[in-house]
Write a protein that binds this ligand. Sequence first.
Ligand code: KE4
Length: 434
Amino acid sequence: MKTDLNDMLMARARQVIPGGVNSPVRAFRAVGGTPRFVQRAKGAYFWDANDTRYIDYIGSWGPMILGHGHPAVEEAVRQAAADGFSFGAPTEREIELAEEILALVPSMEMLRLVNSGTEAGMTAIRLARGATGRNKIIKFEGCYHGHADALLVKAGSGLATFGNPTSAGVPPEVVQHTLVLEYNNIAQLEEAFAQHGKDLAGLIIEPIAGNMNFVRATVEFTRRCRELCTQHGALLIYDEVMTGCRVALGSAQSVYARSIPGFEPDITVMGKVIGGGMPLAAFGGKRAVMEQLAPLGPVYQAGTLSGNPVATACGLATLREIKKPGFFDALAAKTRRLVDGLTAAAAAEGVPFSADCEGGMFGFFLLPELPQNYAQVMTSDGARFNQLFHGLLDRGVYIAPALYEAGFVSAAHNEDDIAATVAAAREVFAQLGG
Ligand code: KE4
């Protein structure tokens, strides 16, 4: 029996890193088995410690929209690193990246670069509170906005009660101002604003919830979020860390603006794609809101490595590639072919299956209908998902090791990869049965 080097590395990792990983989802706790330790990646693939190749549909959880090791991005990072890793002083490239992002997401007039989606989301909440002088926040069950204390919260016992912590170490008083509502539930949303509207600083939402695998906010729900925030003077915070420049060049807000003319959030949180795989995220909004931030205004936020010169080079090179004519049309069509192929394979084997995609992001459920909220997502059969996950993994196809996570296609995935993925899924669906 050949020694599995992933097992050896995991045993060693567990000695020095909690759970052997630097982020919990990587540990395969939900699906079982041993995480694959990546030794290198290129294009649509990575190779694990055993030098086994996988078609990669995680792509670092979204950033690798070009595929791994795009030559133009590698060259930009190489040149930037040669000029210096970090200065703690302003650089022209931070201006260039800010200008590039603002041009793609015109609801923002200004932005600030930070190092992670958590940092961006945490600061967006603080900014909404500072700008409005109010404390209360609405979030939705199933949406994840990073691990800041105020956002690690689950629904209270009812509308009247505020949230309870989802993590040890978060004092109840920290989440007492966070109200957790059901995604896509307009009646509950309207009731919450009726009860708490004058105290609400903001509402934060994933427009397409990739942390519930793939659940879209309905157009009507989105319209009501916008209307009620405007009516009550609360700020609509769009968490586009995952969807930003991933579901469309203009991000999810540009998709919703097609159905809701003039639709704009007040604050947008971004990450992943805009950093191209390096630690970089951002939050932005209208000038009047953003100028509340230090050093101009009373809302403090800072970061040693914010706007890091190597990370900004990686992000800028990535954005310059994805804005090229035809990039998103091709990516969206390829993602659609994958989803249609998987759907047909499941139908051929009588497996209850539903899937959806937008741009280069997709999701699927072993459910006959697409779920509309967290409770519906969690009716999925975890054991069957785990069988699907490992069946694909054994066939060299790497999807997210959790049924509530989305999938990502890159420009580097080719038609053979899509066909091989669908063929692998067909074999596993045949084993799963109806
Ligand atoms: P980070 O702090 O992980 O950079 O971003 C937090 C975050 C914020 N908002 C949304 C919508 C996000 O999806 C994320 C992070 N996404 C997860 C995957 N669902 C990252 C993977 C991980 O936690 O290891």
